[in-house]
Write a protein that binds this ligand. Structure first.
Ligand SMILES: [Zn+2]
Ligand SMILES: [Zn+2]
Length: 207
């Protein structure tokens, strides 16, 4: 039997099939990569939550947004953060999915008067002042470089998110969602439409 190599046609068909399979798998790989980044982000926030819990144990109150020259966590290089001693890995300060490299996790900085009533975020407050820790936000991810965030709170209601903030502020990098840390230490991926004003305040009965 005469041995023969591939004909040009056969080679072209093989190349076409390989290209097709690669094109089919590409989105799957991209999705897996993004899923892995979301896992890293959730783990970052989990570790930040543990650092806040240790700070809370040592000082009796939630880490404040600012204290003198220090901020709650070092988010700009060289500016010392209050929970820094409780953070082992510098990588936890940033979500790997942010399109703006300077974007950092901000602490809840909501402070204002809503319907004649003063509302405040948990930062700097004693443990006992947060009546609903499992449904009160403390840290999340957004798309700007700032140590705190108060965008998305003021105009929200118990049933709708703040319409002025817009979804682009969070840049929902994780399949249309962003990762959030709550006062009881749990971490959850949220979508903009799920945000409610009551999640940002420590008021006993914010409704
Ligand atoms: Zn993230
Ligand atoms: Zn923000």
């Amino acid at each position: 039997m005469k041995h023969r190599g591939f004909t040009l046609m056969e080679l072209l068909i093989v190349i076409a099939i390989i290209t097709l399979i690669a094109a089919m798998l590409m989105p799957v790989f991209a999705q897996a990569r993004e899923k892995a980044r979301q896992t890293v982000c959730a783990s970052n926030l989990k570790q930040i939550g543990m650092a806040i819990a240790m700070y809370l144990q040592d000082y009796g109150h939630y880490v404040p947004m600012r204290l003198g020259n220090r901020i709650w966590m070092e988010v700009q290089p060289g500016r010392e953060g209050l929970i820094d001693p409780y953070i082992r890995d510098d990588g936890v300060r940033r979500c790997p999915s942010r399109k703006i490299p300077e974007a950092r996790y901000p602490i809840n900085g909501w402070e204002g008067v809503f319907w004649g009533r003063t509302e405040t975020s948990p930062q700097g407050q004693p443990d006992a002042a947060v009546p609903r820790p499992a449904s009160t936000l403390i840290v999340w991810e957004h798309q700007i470089s700032a140590e705190m965030c108060n965008i998305g709170q003021e105009g929200g209601t118990p049933t709708t998110p703040d319409p002025r903030a817009g979804v682009e502020h969070w840049d929902s990098a994780h399949h249309g969602g962003f990762v959030t840390l709550w006062c009881d230490g749990h971490v959850k991926r949220m979508q903009y439409a799920q945000l409610r004003r009551t999640m940002f305040t420590i008021e006993e009965d914010p409704e």
